[in-house]
Design a protein around this ligand. Structure first.
Ligand SMILES: [Zn+2]
Length: 515
């Protein structure tokens, strides 16, 4: 089997006249008929059929990252079709995937090499075994989380100001692992969270603490996961809305708490919670999209505020907030995609949060979670163009996956599972609830292809709650690395809660929806 890569540039006259130059790229294994539909994708045939300029590289593609293509081509539009690639399935020697370092090692280049060495050892060992032995240790992760719920380990006492976060991380982990929440847990969760709500609106990190946007987001998500009427009804929506408006500044940004710092997380946390509780209004969102646009940098990343370096967590918050408002067009999406793809590590397969930083399991979601949103945005944009062009051939092959879903699963399953249960940042670290939650959320994002139903989205005037319900798990496009039982539940690309829990809460606060 020859691995191949095809890049094609459009010479379509009507597109050119509108200033659109389209590059196509396909990669995979030759003979895979899915690649370009009904024809075997030999470059000759491909070229003849669409009379595009074709470059053909007879190369091993598993190591060849999407961002290299962007760097070379800088096209205006992207069309992708990628199968899972993975690190282990490549025939390339793992050692060749190490980051090139020059003769002057620095602290950070040494740390990078150390990380690569430890990941490489694990990959070498895994490569020699049957693929089915790559297993998600579901039971031990469930036990880890449940033990934590019973009695938080002593080091977490410092996180007393983050009780709703702990509730959310733990409940979400159990939920996507498929563990049924016990009645006892449900009651405990509701009583813990209800004590943290302030009469002036919002939730604090501990009893008597002032309300905080991030903590409120976590509290609302935790209540959504609990998913009972009793849980929903503890939310004082009127006070919550008034408090949201107090966090809002004139330029459209949000502070994290009254008198606190401005941060793009504020916008996301407020808008996600407001979406789930039916509190998104023009008053709440006025100017926010324009402010978030200013947080995007020259390299495509999104920083915490204008002028600050892009970061995985901020980028997710910025993009998800834009998606809630239906304002993603204000961002430079191809540039953000370029930035995001460049953060998937060549050897490790996981993501770093910023360029030149180490891989970290939690970015499996913060950066990995950008892709379902980006794929939806690009598919939607192309779909709108297709209506005009009636070019269905194009729409079939768009945006199946814009990151290496298999490689990310390899990193999470082989390098991020603590033998004692729970998941970790990188090898040799110990597990915590934060990394357990976000490694699992990233795993879910890589296994499932959660897509946006843009046919239904064409209905005019959909509120943000309705738009949140348009995400669905495309069952035919799942990729489950290793043992088939590794499949966990799909998570919502905006709220990071299991899909049915989002639906239930939205139907509670908005009324029954037909889709
Ligand atoms: Zn981390």
């Amino acid at each position: 089997m020859v691995n191949f890569l095809i890049l094609a540039k459009s010479h379509n006259a009507s597109q050119k006249s509108r200033g659109v130059e389209i590059f196509w790229c396909y990669w995979g294994k030759s003979g895979n008929r899915k690649m370009i539909g009904s024809d075997n994708p030999t470059p000759d045939k491909f070229s003849n059929i669409i009379r595009y300029h074709v470059m053909f590289y007879n190369v091993e593609i598993t190591w060849y990252r999407i961002n290299h293509l962007f760097d070379t081509l800088r096209p205006n539009n992207y069309y992708f079709f990628s199968n899972a690639m993975g690190i282990l399935s490549g025939s390339r020697n793992l050692v060749e995937l190490f980051t090139n370092t020059d003769a002057f090692p620095t602290e950070s280049s040494k740390a990078q090499t150390d990380t690569e060495v430890s990941v490489c050892e694990l990959y070498k060992a895994a490569r020699d075994k049957n693929i089915n032995t790559i297993k998600l240790n579901r039971e031990s992760h469930i036990k880890y989380v449940k033990d934590g719920l019973k009695r938080l380990p002593s080091y977490l006492v410092a996180l007393d100001a983050s009780k709703p976060w702990l509730c959310y991380w733990m409940l979400h982990s159990l939920d996507i692992l498929g563990d049924e929440l016990s009645q006892d847990l449900v009651e405990k969760g509701i009583s813990t969270i209800s004590k943290l709500q302030n009469p002036t609106g919002g939730f604090g990190g501990g009893p008597g603490q002032i309300s905080h946007a991030a903590v409120t987001y976590a509290a609302i998500n935790a209540l959504a996961i609990i998913g009972t009427k009793e849980a929903y009804d503890i939310i004082d929506r009127e006070a919550l809305y008034k408090w949201f408006l107090k966090l809002k500044k004139e330029d459209g940004s949000f502070v994290m708490h009254e008198g606190g710092e401005v941060d793009v997380r504020g916008a996301y946390c407020v808008l996600s919670a407001a979406t789930l509780t039916n509190l998104v209004t023009p008053e709440l969102t006025a100017g926010t999209a324009e402010w978030i646009k200013r947080c995007q940098n020259y390299d495509g990343g999104i920083g915490g505020e204008p002028g600050i370096e892009g970061h995985g967590g901020y980028a997710f918050c910025g993009l998800a907030a834009m998606e809630i408002m239906g304002k993603t067009d204000l961002l430079d999406i191809p540039l953000l995609l370029h930035w995001a793809t460049s953060l998937q590590m060549q050897l490790e397969g996981g993501f770093q949060g910023r360029p030149n930083k180490l891989v970290d399991g939690c970015y499996s979601f913060w950066v990995g979670g950008l892709f379902p949103l980006l794929e939806a945005i690009m598919t939607r944009n192309n779909f709108e163009k297709d209506v005009e062009q009636r070019n269905f051939e194009v729409s079939q092959y768009i945006a199946q996956s814009l990151f290496d879903r298999e490689a990310l699963q390899e990193y999470i399953l082989i390098a991020c599972q603590s033998p004692k249960g729970g998941l970790i940042d990188k090898p040799k670290r110990s597990a915590d609830n934060y990394h357990t939650c976000y490694c699992l959320s990233g795993l879910s994002t890589a296994q499932h292809h959660v897509v946006y139903d843009f046919e239904k989205a064409k209905e005019k005037g959909l509120d943000s709650g309705a738009r949140s319900l348009l995400w669905k798990d495309e069952i035919t496009n799942r990729i489950v690395l290793g043992n088939p039982n590794n499949l966990i539940n799909p998570t919502h690309p905006i709220h990071n809660i299991a899909l049915p829990k989002v639906r239930k809460m939205i139907e509670h606060f908005y009324g029954k929806r037909d889709f």
